[in-house]
Write a protein that binds this ligand. Sequence first.
Ligand code: A2P
Length: 279
Amino acid sequence: GSCLESVKIAIDTGYRHIDGAFVYYNEHEVGQAIREKIAEGRIKREDIFYCGKLWNTCHPPELVRPTLEKTLKILQLDYVDLYIIELPMAFKPGDAIYPKDENGKIIYHETDLCATWEAMEACKDAGLAKSIGVSNFNRRQLEMILNKPGLKYKPVSNQVECHPYFTQPKLLEFCRQHDIVIVGYSPLGTSRDETWVNVSSPPLLKDPVLNAIGKKYNKTAAQVALRFSIQRGIVVIPKSFNPQRIRENFQIFDFSLTEKEMKEIEALNKNVRYVELLM
Ligand code: A2P
């Protein structure tokens, strides 16, 4: 229930881009929040930008459309604005989200990312997704799609970890050259949940530089981190279940960082991921 409430507060606050996924198991709540806000007359469907994700067990081309249709059924929406391949590796299809063998090792699955991409293109042609993109792709994986013979649609975006401690300068430059938008996940340095986060990297929001710059503008380290990313042309998707922080993370359009401050923050890059995706 907390997701339903948070999305409603976010929409009231002014957020329009909602980053979701089947594997977050809350698409029913997100869909309900959007539909309630439409019914209230606060927004129209076209004001919302919903991003859904194709999970690793659904890469075989024949599974792509049925998987998106399942997401749409859960959301009770007719289309998603963006549908992305969540990760560039495939797991064995089936009900297990993390299929494992008797030794606890993930069971991978041979698929051709280009064939998966063609099925994504078909979803766009069918009107089920307005745009299609990828996530966690490196340059070589992007090139594989971009160089695919008969490519119909380029990925519009690549969602990757991106924040002041992991600034992705090379990937950002490559994506800029190819008109691919970088969507930065964990823009605040994650929830530091040890089950999936590398907590040996220090907490981003405690950073002295971010806090000192924040003080100057009467902003928090979180607001400075988000502002830094948007000034670099990166789309940010901060997560919060807390109404006050949801609002705080939206108050980033009334100040701007100087070129010197941008450089100072860029210099914080440690080139270390919080989300290592070790599987
Ligand atoms: P909460 O949901 O309790 O607000 P990321 O977006 O990088 O994944 O980070 C999400 C984490 O950061 C969550 O644990 C969230 O906790 C916390 N968080 C979100 N906004 C802020 C903020 N403005 N200041 C401090 N922590 C925040």
